[in-house]
Design a protein around this ligand. Structure first.
Ligand SMILES: C[C@@]1(CC(=O)O)C2=NC(=C\c3[nH]c(c(CCC(=O)O)c3CC(=O)O)Cc3[nH]c(c(CC(=O)O)c3CCC(=O)O)/C=C3\N/C(=C\2)[C@@H](CCC(=O)O)[C@]3(C)CC(=O)O)/[C@H]1CCC(=O)O
Ligand SMILES: NC(=O)c1ccc[n+]([C@@H]2O[C@H](COP(=O)([O-])OP(=O)(O)OC[C@H]3O[C@@H](n4cnc5c(N)ncnc54)[C@H](O)[C@@H]3O)[C@@H](O)[C@H]2O)c1
Length: 211
């Protein structure tokens, strides 16, 4: 059994290739664009959504089947053609060049698999079943949506801002940890839900006074 290593890649401006232009390719393209990647799609056909992205210049589009060597120079590749022999060729050519590759319906050909991700601003909760049941991963993500509502985006941003301040102003790692613990264990989330700006400021300064 493969024990996968979870990471969060910074793909900003990195050239990434998606082979195929169907519904699954579109989902992968949108995820890559959200991560700031420079996306190229190679496929004889596109979904309406991908056509629109190509028209707007949000992706580079090569309207043809995959050709040998197309993966050259990319940082990361996704193959989503639904044609087994093409997917195998893309995977083989990536492995020969040490380019990380995801083949959507063939975990054995992948250097990385993609989790189901719940996003709340900068907070990302990623769920993987190690390839055993993508449907279950999606269902668990849906369940987490109820517990981790939109207020977590604001909480995460707020904690990020205060963290920058504390890292600059406080040199003692133990004291810093105490401040961060105080903030996370406080009722900030409730106060954000209530939109109680005055109490939010009060809570933050109370925790900051632990420095
Ligand atoms: C999480 C998500 C991310 C994404 O792709 O963006 C994702 N699959 C999603 C949905 C989904 N995929 C499939 C269905 C139909 C129902 C079903 O078959 O269960 C549904 C449900 C749906 O469409 O709602 C079909 C499918 N997928 C794979 C196989 C092959 C196999 O299992 O061997 C087959 C069978 C093909 C066939 O029928 O032959 C393989 C993979 N799919 C993975 C990821 C990786 C493992 C993730 C993990 O560790 O759990 C892995 C290994 C490789 C990869 O693609 O990275 C996304 C949920 C997005 C969300 O809900 O947020
Ligand atoms: N991992 C997942 O999340 C998941 C979910 C559902 C399905 N799948 C699998 O993913 C695959 C794609 O699903 P889909 O619904 O997007 O399929 P689809 O048939 O809609 O799309 C396939 C795309 O590949 C393109 N294509 C075909 N031959 C090509 C070639 N030689 N070079 C480049 N592009 C080529 C087609 O033009 C089309 O745009 C299927 O095999 C399906 O079983 C995976």
């Amino acid at each position: 059994m493969t024990s996968y290593y979870p990471v969060f890649f910074d793909l900003s401006r990195r050239p990434c290739l998606v082979v195929g232009g169907g519904k699954v390719a579109e989902r992968k393209v949108r995820d890559l664009l959200r991560a700031g990647a420079a996306v190229t799609v190679i496929s004889p056909q596109l979904t309406g959504g991908l056509e629109e992205l190509a028209r707007r210049g949000a992706i580079q589009y090569l309207a043809r089947p995959y050709q040998a060597g197309d993966v050259e120079g990319y940082f990361l590749v996704v193959s989503a053609t639904g044609d087994k022999s093409v997917n195998e060729q893309v995977a083989r050519e990536c492995h020969a060049r040490d380019i990380p590759v995801n083949v959507v319906d063939a975990p054995a050909l992948c250097t990385f698999i993609v989790p189901a991700v719940l996003r709340r601003g900068s907070l990302a909760i990623a769920v993987s079943t190690g390839g055993k049941s993508p449907y279950l991963a999606g269902k668990i993500k849906k369940k987490l949506e109820e517990e981790f509502g939109p207020e977590y985006a604001e909480l995460t941003d707020l904690l990020g801002e205060v963290r920058d301040e504390v890292l600059k102003a406080c040199q003692d790692p133990l004291k810093r940890k105490e401040v961060f613990r105080c903030l996370v264990e406080s009722d900030l989330l409730e106060l954000i839900k209530q939109g109680n700006k005055k109490m939010i400021r009060e809570r933050i300064s109370r925790c900051l006074s632990l420095r």
